[in-house]
Design a protein around this ligand. Sequence first.
Ligand SMILES: N[C@H](CCC[C@H](N)C(=O)O)C(=O)O
Length: 289
Amino acid sequence: MSTRIAFLKGHGTENDFVIVPDPENALDLSPAAVAALCDRRAGIGGDGVLHVVRSAAHPEAQGMAAEAEWFMDYRNGDGSVAEMCGNGVRVFARYLQHAGHAAEGDLAIATRAGVKTVHIAKDGDITVGMGRARLPEGDVTVTVGEHSWPARNVNMGNPHAVAFVADLAHAGDLYTAPPVSPAATYPDGVNVEFVVDRGPRHVAMRVHERGSGETRSCGTGACAVAVATARRDGTDPAVTGTPATYTVDVPGGRLVITERPDGEIEMTGPAVIVAEGEIDAEWLAHAFG
Ligand SMILES: N[C@H](CCC[C@H](N)C(=O)O)C(=O)O
């Protein structure tokens, strides 16, 4: 029998991930291997992979090792690398707790968008310090079939285009990436969110994620949506001097986003480890070429 590789399956508001613990960064997780793991028929299935590596063992995280012992090497389901994954950080923290590497309370996690502070609460919810949003000047345009909308360009470490629509059904089937123009705005692709109002400080969204397609939830996307909505509503905390908290309903559940007057954004939501098992290393090495 060939070597076995441990994995776990987890999700945060049904944004689901294959977790691959690899403290010494010994595995060669090629884009093809990631796509094989995420394949929902021939693999384990997931929107992405959380490769769990000690920061000191990864060239992109060594500089953060003094601050954060663990590095979330996040990959999208198509094998591409993304700067940040909000739901992924919560599930990553839950894995560290599950594996005995973290307890309730605060911990720091290294990511490609810098070190994120995480709080694991007694009630099980996890809060992530997501940092500040960047909102480059100028709207972009999102198109689905006959419909086009202006959209806010919001960067949460990764790129987002946030469009306010009258009905989430107008986003269509989201099987393919909605065209965003000018395309040059996002040379490396973009996550596209569609938003409707549900009440005061309460919205609902759908998302087409770069590298994963339509997902049931996007943590960085929910933050981008909350920030864009606060600008639309005139509740920008930097202007009002008071924090703005928005409830963001995603198809897979609910996230709560608070932006503070200093621009720092906190996201709170659930994270669940569903299963654990072993992968045949031979299969992974040859899956999908
Ligand atoms: N697809 C995203 C990364 C994952 C984001 C999402 N799953 C989240 O929870 O933030 C991108 O390529 O920027």
